[in-house]
Design a protein around this ligand. Structure first.
Ligand code: SF4
Length: 94
């Protein structure tokens, strides 16, 4: 995979434990809402709350997002290529 290939990330809130690890690792992309679950947010700071909604992964925080997906206790952070929607980090990655 090319390091510059555009990626996007989404969270399966059904499995989120609300521990907040992702929001600690990459607060630019992840935030806990008042319902106690984590959501992704875009450059506009708006949380994406529709199921499966994704945001682009900024290259500047790519490693933090990847680490979040690896450490996520709920195994519910999915990072995929924009071009073909293939998961590259997360529970469904090969
Ligand atoms: S790390 Fe995973 S389980 Fe924990 S708050 Fe973030 S999305 Fe939810």
């Amino acid at each position: 995979m090319s390091a510059t290939e555009p990626l996007e990330v989404w969270i399966d809130q059904d499995l989120c434990t609300g521990d907040g690890i992702c929001a600690q690792y990459a607060p630019e992309v992840f935030e806990l809402d008042i319902d106690g679950l984590a959501y992704v947010k875009g450059a506009d700071e708006e949380l994406r709350q529709q199921p499966g909604e994704s945001v682009p992964v900024p290259l500047t925080v790519l490693q933090d997002v990847v680490d979040s997906a690896k450490e996520c206790p709920g195994d519910c952070i999915h990072v995929r290529r924009v071009s073909d929607r293939v998961e590259v980090y997360g529970p469904d990655a090969e």
